[in-house]
Every structure is written in C-alpha cells, then in structure tokens.
Write a protein that binds this ligand. Structure first.
Ligand code: SAJ
Length: 407
C-alpha cells in the first residue's frame, strides 16, 4: 500500500492515478476540510479529466484521511515555497511531513519525495530527519526523489504520457519504485541518483523561465522602437533552429516563477543569466502597468475605475491563481495609492481574491472603457463581440478586433 502525503495539485492526481491503476492507496492531508470534501465525493480543484479520474479511484477503493498510515511506501508531495529574501528553497513542509512519516513507518519502508527541491536539499534536510529517528538509510529506510512534471490544465494526460525521472541511492530501489510509477506512466522512466533528479527538475523549469524572459525582453525592445514583436518572433521561428516563446504579462504559477530562484539562492555568484531572467519576468507586470497608463493617457481615460483586468489566474483555463501576474500587477498598482483596477475571472466567479473583483462578466464590462487581457482563457475567445467599442490591451496577441493595443 502507498500513503500519499499532501493532496494538493500534484499529490491528489498522483494518488488517484495510482489507485485507478490497481495500486492500494491512502491519501493523507492535514487539512481537515480538504479531506472532508474528498470524502464527500468532491474534488478540490478544477482540472480537465480530474473528476472522472476521481470516480475511478474511489471505485478502486482509494481512502482519504488526516492520519499518517503505517505502510511500506510513502509519496510526499507537499509544497516547497522559496524564501523571498534568501531565494533558497524552504523545505519546512517536506521536513515536517517526513518527521510525521518517521513516527509511523516500519523498517524497510520507502520514502519518495515528489515535491520540487533544489539540488542538495534531500541530503541537507531530509536524510538527517530519517537518521535522527535511528534509521539507517539504505538498510532500514529507502529514500527516493521522483519529481513530477505535469502541467496544470493538462495534468491527467501528462501524468499518463510524460517521461519521468527517479533518483535513488541504489539502482535496485530506483527500479522498485519505478514499477509503481510504471503502473500508469506510459512514458520512459529514467533512474538516476537523487541529486541529479533534484537538479533536472529545477533545470527544466529554469530553461522555460529563461526562455520566457527572452521573449519578454524582446517585447520591451520592440515596444521601445515600435516594432511588432509577434511578427518578429513568428519570422525568427521559421528558422530551423530557433524556437522563441511568447511574451506575456508575467510569469505565475508555483513552478516556473519559483524554482529558478533556488539556483540563484544556492549559486548567487554563478547563476547570472537565471537571476536576470527572473528579474525580467518578475518586472513584466509593472511593464504592463506602465503600458496601461500610457494607453489610458492616449485615449483620455483618467479614471482607474473604468479600466478592467480580464483574468486573475496564473494562466489560461485553470483556477489556480498562485503567483498570478494579475495579482502582481495589482500589488504594484497599490504602491501608487490609486483606486484598484477592476478585475474579473470566469474561473473565480465564486472566489474573491482581489478588492475590485466582479463575479459577473457582463457587470464587469458594463462601465468599462478599457479592458486588459491578462489571461487567455477560452472564455474570452468566445466573447470578443462584447468587447467591441472598448479600448483593448491584449497581452497575448489573440484578439481579432481592430485597433487592439499590445504590450
Ligand atoms: N508563459 C509566458 N510565455 C510563454 C509560456 C508561458 O509568458 O510562452 C507564462 C504563462 O502565462 C504562465 C507561466 O509562464 O504565467 C508558466 O506557465 P507554463 O504553462 O509554462 O508552466 P506551468 O508553471 O503551468 O508548468 C510548468 C511546466 N514546466 C515546464 O514547462 C518546463 C510543467 O511541465 C511542470 O510540471 C510544472 O511547471 C511544475 O510542476 O514544475
């Protein structure tokens, strides 16, 4: 049996996937409310295919509880935030979870860390916790790192199809854990050592962050001299070895906007490109805010209350708003003491997270002169007609109407 610790964005789908593929699974989370919701037969966030997967897992016998279980394998998938000042990974939740596991686990158990951690975190923080409990790693307890790779919005598909990495102290343990993941994962599963597994996960997200920063920087260079960044990227990408990403209003989510900082925190003298890239992405919402002011001026709009931000989540078609560029923009705006811009998100109609947030799209639009498209939800693509006649700042170059402004 496997005890999955942490039933959030990663732990829940992973637990459901294993359970629906014949593995005996109990999910544990310290959040009573979350466990009660799951036990009442409801999922805790929106994600394509998640409800169906949930039903299949429940049918297969998955259980949810707040208690840690005595079992032979644990998968720890709790959050790993970063310390805003040191930029280093904050492993407190992982350490707390492993401590709790140690209180119940029998000798011979395997502890798999799925949470993203920076290279060396497991050596520095996790091994000592296990050893402090009198266990010898490799003899009494096996330790494994199996970082996840799934993208919000397409989690179920990616859980099934993505290649994966498993880091273990010995090939034998790595292969043993691989079998569990292979119960559902159709991709290739590579077994390596723990430190390499830690590093690959952070490097993958850093690669993307640096490339998004490059696109964002291009958007600023092009704006400076009134060139069309989208046209330029489109043409460049026709070169067989060029593949530039798209500029946007900033980078959100709990991965790409966070993990690269771990490398900056750990290697401040070496991670220069990464440091600059993260600063570029982090300042993109302020760049958009300046652009909003420019366009307001150009159109004689003087009242912030007549400007609305469409989209509060960190990206399209998800209800996850962690580190969202819109929230970053609103925070930057607050520093100027202006009345906060209006905002609306179709995925958060019943969940208020910002001061001037509307729960109805038509009401949101009703007294607006200007709309800023901060998230490219499918919903807006079906509603261009309602935006006719308004000043539009489109941060993604998706709006087909005439006279649209871009970043
Ligand atoms: N973004 C841009 N321009 C682009 C692409 C994205 O501005 O061309 C922005 C998005 O709008 C969003 C942010 O970047 O705000 C990140 O979005 P994303 O869809 O690229 O990535 P995440 O954070 O949802 O998921 C990532 C994925 N990692 C990589 O693509 C390397 C996913 O595979 C990981 O599993 C996940 O992080 C994770 O858990 O680490």
């Amino acid at each position: 049996m496997i005890n999955v610790i942490g039933l959030g964005y990663i732990g829940l789908p992973t637990a459901l996937m294993m359970a629906s593929h014949g593995v005996d699974v109990i999910g544990t989370d310290y959040n009573k409310e979350l466990v009660a919701t799951l036990n009442a037969g409801k999922t805790t966030f929106k994600e394509k295919g998640l409800d169906e997967l949930f039903q299949a897992a429940v049918k297969a016998g998955i259980k949810f509880t707040t208690e840690y279980q005595k079992t032979d394998m644990y998968i720890v998938s709790v959050p790993t935030p970063y310390d805003k000042f040191s930029k280093k990974v904050d492993a407190c939740y992982v350490v707390a979870a492993v401590k709790d596991v140690m209180n119940v686990c029998p000798k011979g158990a395997t502890v798999v860390i799925e949470s993203t951690v920076s290279p060396g975190t497991i050596d520095k923080y996790v091994r000592p916790v296990i050893e402090a409990n009198g266990f010898t790693i490799g003899e009494d307890i096996n330790l494994v790192h199996a970082p996840e790779r799934i993208i919000p919005g397409n989690m179920v598909y990616e859980l099934l199809h993505n290649n994966r990495t498993i880091g273990a102290d010995s090939k034998e343990i790595g292969e043993k854990v691989k079998k569990y993941y292979a119960s559902f994962c159709q991709g290739e599963i590579v077994v390596t050592d723990i430190r390499s597994a830690e590093m690959t996960k952070v490097v993958e997200n850093t690669f993307r962050a640096v490339n998004i920063a490059f696109a964002n920087e291009l958007s600023r260079i092009c704006r400076h001299d009134n060139m069309d960044v989208y046209e330029i990227i489109r043409i460049c990408n026709m070169h067989p070895r060029v593949n530039i990403l798209q500029p946007g209003p900033g980078v959100g989510g709990h991965c790409i906007s966070v993990d690269p900082w771990f490398l900056v925190g750990d290697y401040p003298q070496l991670a220069k490109v990464i440091d600059e890239s993260m600063k570029t992405n982090d300042s993109q919402p302020t760049f958009v805010l300046n652009r909003i002011h420019e366009i307001m001026q150009e159109n004689g709009i003087t009242d912030n209350r007549r400007v609305g931000l469409y989209g509060l989540t960190y990206k399209e078609n998800v209800d996850d708003f962690r580190e969202s560029p819109t929230l970053q923009l609103l925070e930057a705006q607050e520093r100027h003491l202006a009345p906060p811009l209006k905002c609306y998100d179709p995925f958060l109609e019943n969940h208020k997270i910002a001061e001037n947030q509307y729960s109805d799209f038509d009401e949101f639009l009703s007294d607006l002169d200007m709309v800023v498209i901060m998230v490219k939800h499918d919903h807006i693509k079906q509603n261009w007609d309602k935006l006719r006649g308004k000043v539009i700042l489109d941060c993604f170059n998706i709006c087909p109407l005439d006279g649209v402004y871009h970043i």
